[in-house]
Structures are given as structure tokens and as C-alpha cells.
Ligand binder design. Structure first.
Ligand SMILES: Cc1cc2nc3c(=O)[nH]c(=O)nc-3n(C[C@H](O)[C@H](O)[C@H](O)COP(=O)(O)OP(=O)(O)OC[C@H]3O[C@@H](n4cnc5c(N)ncnc54)[C@H](O)[C@@H]3O)c2cc1C
Ligand code: FES
Length: 237
């Protein structure tokens, strides 16, 4: 177990899912308490990062090495790395799947831009991990206590204009994702966004994670949604 910040720990499990990929998640069950989705930070061995915010996550933090948890996975559709310049944006526990994705991208020799955002210095996560991956790291905080003062979108926006064939990948609070979606659609840049949702079954049966009117299920169709902007094509003749 590793302490990441004042309320966040990373856990290493005694299982390996080498076929799992960034953006996929597992369902972790603590008997008698609850079962919750958690993103994979790594697949071999499986690692997860948990912020202690409520009953389930605080109980996770009370576990010790050797204690048992029950997990199902890997579940869902994660990120697909596409050709182009990857800009990866993360807020909250979103750093976990984004760190996994950034590592995979660096393993293939790509240049990677990572924007990590938080309210303030205390909430920031994984800065050393990202620096160790050799990515171009930009930090934003709303209170300006470290990095650039502002929102994740403030840092992503100039990158969209500056980089060749930008591609955006993001995980974080839904408000951050909605702002990024708007920015990407306006700029004509494809994006992949990993949405938060309330999940029970984790594989498309209960309907509790449905988003929007078309019945899109975050657990089965997502959690990563691919958005391809339209209307920015150039006429050839
Ligand atoms: C696909 C998916 C992947 C997820 N991956 C992770 C992960 O890797 N790590 C992780 O910690 N959580 C992750 N979550 C959230 C996780 O499933 C739980 O919701 C979270 O652990 C809180 O559960 P709880 O019972 O402890 O608290 P709850 O009783 O559910 O929540 C307590 C309060 O905290 C708020 N809250 C919930 N989550 C957060 C948060 N992350 N930061 C700040 N406030 C929060 C709630 O809105 C509520 O007000 C993921 C959720 C989804 C849908
Ligand atoms: S959690 Fe049951 S359908 Fe998605």
C-alpha cells in the first residue's frame, strides 16, 4: 500500500490481468458493505488507487496487507490510443487510468502531454509518477497554490492549437469532462472521455449507469466515450 496524498492510497493486488487496458475498471466487493467500480492503475499486477471519501472507500483504507477483497474484471471499454499527439487530462482519481494510459503511450515511444488539475496543492496526485514517465507535465490548480492558476481546459486549449494532430484523452469529474468535450468539439479535435456513473452490476444488466436518452451504459458501452467532431472537414475540390 502506498500513500499518494492525505486521503488517497494505492493498493497492489495478488492478481494479474495482462490483457486489461487503460480505462477499464474492476468491481471491488467488501462483504457486508458495498461493491464499487475502481479504475485500473496497472494490470500486471493489478493496482488501484482509492480516495477515502465515503463508507466504502474509507473501509478500503482500513485494510492491511494480507486482508481479502473480492474483485470482478477487467470490465468496460477503455481508451484506444490513436495516431497523433496525445493530450491526457486528469482530475481527482482520474489520474489513475490516465497514468496507466500515459505509461502505455510512452512504452511505444510517443511524446505525451499530461494536464493534471485540482482545486489546490493538497488534492494533487501522481505528480512524481507522471514526471517519472517522462511526459510533458502541466499542473493547474483553481487556487493557484501550485502550477498554473485555472482549470484543466485553460491548459488544454493552447495545446490544441499548438500540436500536430492533437488527440484528447481524459478522466475526471463529469463537469471537467463536459467542459473538455465542448472545447474539443469547438476545435474539431477527437476526444475520448471516461465518465463517472453510479454502477451496480458492472456489465450491462441493471441499467443504473445509463447516461443520456439513447441508453448508453457507462459500464458496458464505456466508461470511455469516443467523440468524433463533425463539420470541420475541408473540401478537396
Ligand atoms: C468507472 C469508475 C471508475 C472509478 N474509479 C475510481 C478509482 O479509481 N478510485 C476511486 O477512488 N474512485 C473511483 N470511482 C468512484 C468509486 O466507485 C466510489 O464512488 C468512491 O470510492 C466513493 O465510494 P464511497 O462509498 O466511499 O463514497 P460515497 O458514499 O459513494 O460518496 C461519499 C461522498 O463523496 C463524493 N465522492 C465520491 N467519489 C469521490 C471522489 N473520487 N472524490 C471526491 N468526492 C467523491 C460523493 O459524491 C459523496 O458526496 C470510480 C467510479 C467509476 C464509475
Ligand atoms: S452498472 Fe448495471 S448496467 Fe451498468
Amino acid at each position: 500500500m502506498e500513500e499518494e496524498n492525505y486521503r488517497t492510497k494505492t493498493f497492489t493486488l495478488d492478481i494479474s490481468w495482462p490483457e486489461a487496458y487503460p480505462g477499464q475498471f474492476l468491481m471491488a466487493w467488501l462483504p457486508g458493505l458495498d461493491e464499487k467500480p475502481l479504475s485500473l492503475l496497472d494490470s500486471d499486477p493489478v493496482r488501484i488507487t482509492v480516495a477515502a471519501v465515503g463508507r466504502f472507500s474509507k473501509a478500503m483504507h482500513r485494510l492491511s496487507p494480507g486482508d481479502r477483497i473480492w474483485v470482478r474484471g477487467p470490465l468496460g471499454h477503455g481508451f484506444v490510443l490513436e495516431p497523433g499527439s496525445p493530450i491526457m487530462a486528469a482530475g481527482g482519481y482520474g489520474v489513475s487510468p490516465i497514468a496507466f494510459l500515459a505509461r502505455r503511450a510512452r512504452e511505444t515511444g510517443r511524446k505525451v502531454w499530461v494536464v493534471v488539475g485540482a482545486r489546490g496543492r493538497r488534492e494533487l496526485l501522481f505528480l512524481e509518477r507522471f514526471a517519472g514517465l517522462g511526459v510533458n507535465l502541466i499542473v493547474t490548480t483553481e487556487d493557484g497554490s501550485i502550477g498554473e492558476k485555472g482549470l484543466v481546459t485553460d491548459a488544454v486549449s493552447p495545446l490544441l492549437a499548438r500540436l500536430d494532430v492533437p488527440r484528447v484523452y481524459a478522466c475526471g469529474p463529469n463537469g471537467m469532462l463536459e467542459a473538455l468535450r465542448e472545447l474539443c468539439v469547438e476545435s474539431g479535435v477527437p476526444c475520448q472521455l471516461s465518465w463517472e456513473a453510479y454502477m451496480r452490476c458492472g456489465f450491462g444488466v441493471c441499467g443504473s449507469c445509463a447516461r443520456g436518452e439513447d441508453g448508453w451504459l457507462a459500464c458496458k458501452d464505456g466508461p470511455v466515450e469516443r467523440i468524433e467532431p463533425v463539420g470541420r472537414n475541408r473540401l478537396l475540390r
